[in-house]
Write a protein that binds this ligand. Structure first.
Ligand code: ADP
Ligand code: MG
Length: 465
């Protein structure tokens, strides 16, 4: 049979079949720029904007494409995919992206720009789907992460120009992935011209291993070395992988020398990643190395407040404080605790209170010792500091009384389930802000003062026996 009607309706039918056969995102990434020039039972002619797409379609999608073309043409056409006349050739593509400069507008960016959706990170190959909540707006800065946060913002605002590479490290659950993705979001919003590649080190490693096994190193290199921003999460995964390290070394050099931004995260600082080659260690330190620490109490409170708002539930202050006190080292866990409590509130259509939080988070929150009475606390503290009970319960403000009284309030808050108002009532009818103030003051002191912490332990053990 001779040439049938090209493009138009035939392509609509082919693309409908393709859409059914591959996930939407993949269709958008790989087939959006494809054109059907002609289609008959013996021959199909298509174009794509660049060689990279052609190669990839040949490798990954040839089967689905062939099935679709067969179905629509009612034959078994020989398939030819050409580069569209207005698309750049690869050699040109490489040259068309000089250091740090975006591709000229109105013209397809080489490799991965138009016609790919800007959101199709990494040409659809990344293993990571960006979490839309991991943006800068949702990140709570504090003393523990300020440096990494500020550096991430700077890099997102002027990639390749401020700090290169940016190396974020810290233990698990402290916000490294969140910051990396926040950089991606911001770049995608503000610099749609840029080619951003964000992936885990594990994926990089797997791609590399596969490329070696299939003799496809050229296309692997082409892919990784033609980006404007490369973000690799959990780079410590390179430990003990000599060949991948070697490959990454060259990727790094190529990008770095072209002023392309490199951003890495790791669970430890470069020098402490076991078996990491010295030349990589030193390169990782060329730019900025920012450590993320465990958040301090105030940051934990702010993070909880932020997560609570997202759930549209109210948490009483005492629940927020209780969570902040008991979950210290991992923000993911903190978030998990908030989710559980908010989940309970939704399921039972009940407002959140301390009992519900305790019940839901039995493994995180130590049980309150209901048997402890405030009277018991006052007697024990009075004896320890040699002050009269009635002074502790009265109005006197001299330091020798005020301090033990604050200790009493602190312990009452920690060891009983009385409300702030109730506690205030025991101490000369003071109001809840006074109790709160005392509580916060002692809590801060305990964190810094080992002696005080031992004293409190001693008092607690006297009170509870
Ligand atoms: P990491 O990659 O360091 O293991 P993540 O980035 O996955 O940690 O963070 C764990 C969770 O904690 C995520 O849900 C993240 O949104 C949240 N998180 C971490 N740090 C913050 C922060 N400063 N503000 C708000 N949420 C945070
Ligand atoms: Mg992570």
């Amino acid at each position: 049979m001779s040439e049938p009607a090209p493009g138009g309706e035939a392509w609509d039918r082919v693309s409908t079949i393709l859409r059914r056969s591959v996930p939407r995102q993949q269709f958008e990434t790989w087939f959006r720029g494809m054109r059907l020039v002609s289609l008959g039972p013996e021959r199909a002619e298509l174009t794509v904007p660049n060689n990279f797409l052609r190669e990839w379609i040949h490798r990954k999608y040839f089967g689905v494409l062939r099935r679709a073309l067969r179905e629509v043409s009612a034959g078994d056409p020989e398939i030819e995919i050409r580069i569209a006349a207005d698309g750049p050739e690869p050699a040109e593509a490489a040259a068309a992206a000089p250091a740090g400069r975006p591709a000229p507008p109105g013209r397809p960016a080489p490799l991965g720009g138009h016609p790919l959706e800007p959101r199709a990170l990494t040409y659809g190959e990344s293993d990571v789907v960006l979490n839309s909540l991991y943006n800068f707006e949702n990140f709570v800065p504090g003393p523990s992460n300020n440096f990494g946060y500020a550096a991430s913002l700077a890099v997102a605002d002027s990639p390749g120009k401020s700090y290169n590479p940016l190396f974020l490290h810290g233990s698990v659950g402290l916000g490294k992935t969140h910051l990396l993705q926040a950089i991606c979001h911001r770049l995608m919003d503000r610099r749609p011209d840029m080619r951003i590649l964000y992936l885990s080190c594990e994926t990089f490693t797997n791609h590399f291993v596969t490329a070696v096994a299939n003799g496809e190193l050229d296309s692997f290199r082409f892919r990784y070395r033609h980006v404007d921003v490369l973000l690799i999460d959990d780079i410590h995964f390179l430990a003990n992988r000599e060949r991948t390290q070697e490959e990454f070394f060259h990727t790094f050099n190529t990008l770095y020398n072209a002023n392309k931004q490199i951003i890495l995260s790791s669970d430890s600082n470069p020098a402490e990643i076991p078996t990491l080659e010295e030349r990589l260690v030193s390169r990782f330190k060329w730019g900025i190395v920012a450590r993320i620490d465990q958040p301090v109490y105030e940051t934990r409170v702010a993070i909880i407040a932020r997560k609570v708002r997202m759930h549209g539930v109210e948490f009483p202050d005492e629940v927020v404080r209780c969570l902040a006190e008991n979950v210290r080292s991992n923000i993911r866990e903190l978030e998990g605790a908030v989710n559980k409590v908010a989940g309970m509130a939704h399921i039972y259509s009940r407002p959140v209170d301390m009992d519900m939080a305790r019940e839901t988070l039995r493994d995180l929150i130590p049980p309150s010792s209901v048997r402890v009475s405030i009277d018991g606390i006052i007697r024990t503290v009075a004896e320890y500091y040699s002050v009269p009970v009635r002074d502790l319960m009265g109005k006197r403000r001299t330091k020798s009384i005020a301090y033990p009284r604050q200790i009493c309030m602190f312990l009452a808050r920690r060891l009983t389930s009385h409300s702030l108002e109730e506690i205030g009532g025991y101490f000369g009818g003071r109001d809840h802000t006074t109790v709160m103030y005392a509580y916060d003051k002692i809590r801060r002191e305990v964190e810094q003062d080992g002696e005080l912490s031992r004293t409190l332990e001693l008092l607690k053990s006297k009170i509870t026996t």
